[in-house]
Design a protein around this ligand. Sequence first.
Ligand code: CUA
Length: 154
Amino acid sequence: KYEKLWLKVGISSLVIFLTILMITGLHNGHTPAASGRDYVNPDKVDQIEPFNKPGLHKVSGKDYDYELVILASAFNYQPGKVEIPKGSKVKIIATSKDTLHGFSLPGTNVNMMLEPGHISEYYKTFNEKREYLIICNEYCGIGHADMKSMIKVV
Ligand code: CUA
């Protein structure tokens, strides 16, 4: 009769285990990538908000004016060029689709590592009418030196 008992215990723990799997599965499926979670699947990142729409997006009701969504991959950034109205406070939200890349604006404090699977964020107010080069400062392969984008403050 002990065998029966152990069988019951075994089945119960299996049921509990499966239930936990189901709950976490559902939970992950319903959590948007960028809110409250800083992990995204790099293979699918270009289908997940906000990285399905790289570029500058006006926001309201926040203490900043725009979100600048950047998706890096070997060897470019999306978007390739962006115009930002002078005086805007911008939340830069960036990640990589493949390997480790950098995101740096030479001459400023902006210098981030973009890791596949992780979201990097930085707030910056653009008060000067000028152009900023975006460069990759992590060696990422043969196209590394040509990996650039540009911010133009207008
Ligand atoms: Cu991307 Cu170096």
